[in-house]
Design a protein around this ligand. Sequence first.
Ligand SMILES: NC(=O)c1ccc[n+]([C@@H]2O[C@H](COP(=O)([O-])OP(=O)(O)OC[C@H]3O[C@@H](n4cnc5c(N)ncnc54)[C@H](O)[C@@H]3O)[C@@H](O)[C@H]2O)c1
Length: 257
Amino acid sequence: MIENGLFDLTGKVALVTGAGHGIGKATATLLAAAGATLVIADKDFTAAQDVAQQLGAAHQAVSFDLASQTSIEALFAQVADMHERLDILVNNAGIYPRFALDDVTQAQWEQMQHINVWGCFVVLREAARLMRQHANGGRIVNVSSIGAARTAVNDQVAYNASKAALDSVTQSAALEYAPHGILVNSILPGAVMPLDPRPKPAAHQPATGPLLSSGRMPLGRPAHAHEVAGPILMLVSAAGAYITGQTLIVDGGFSVT
Ligand SMILES: NC(=O)c1ccc[n+]([C@@H]2O[C@H](COP(=O)([O-])OP(=O)(O)OC[C@H]3O[C@@H](n4cnc5c(N)ncnc54)[C@H](O)[C@@H]3O)[C@@H](O)[C@H]2O)c1
């Protein structure tokens, strides 16, 4: 626990979506270590339960599907029932299939925007409603991608457009929620190593593009998931009290190459 410091989250309730794996799992683990009580939300309920069990009895797993507004509303009804408040949202769950620019279909495009933009928007809006009920302000971090700001990987036109739209949501929400003391920012990770590598689908093609090209990672390697979680902790703690509406790039220097 980080006591009496800039990064102390004792007494805060934090919801992390997509917290069963990867960046979400690393973030939930760090926020819990900082003293927050976690709601670990994921479509993969078994993974969410495993994380909750690792973190201890105060933390709860909830199953939800970012593709369904009904499911998102049910998630927030559960958060309200369990805690009657919410202080922190890490809006992390998202999908990232790659589609060649020339071949992407309307259905693929719409699915990407439906989940990564509309789904994340509904999560943000529901979180802010719950935060406003207690008038204690709040913190929201949308997990975007370097792809929103710089083309990093090929075949990600639909994904990049979805994350750029999410960053636009960040700015609008930061402006509208500022009077309520709710701060909203985006984190834009570059390449991140899988926390718990899972088998790739049979048709999986390795990614190509500028991010994977020689000399484009000045720090010499992709990030570990906890190296994205650290800046998120800064944004949701007292250390980030005067930051809102920003897009913070965490890419190991890719964008200056
Ligand atoms: N890994 C990277 O290199 C990288 C880089 C930039 C941005 N990001 C972004 O970071 C976020 C997390 O990615 P990650 O790399 O940790 O991925 P991941 O696949 O390891 O984790 C994503 C989590 O989201 C959950 N999820 C997926 N679809 C869902 C749905 N419909 N409803 C609820 N939960 C769902 C998954 O079950 C999983 O636990 C994503 O928004 C991704 O776009 C990742």
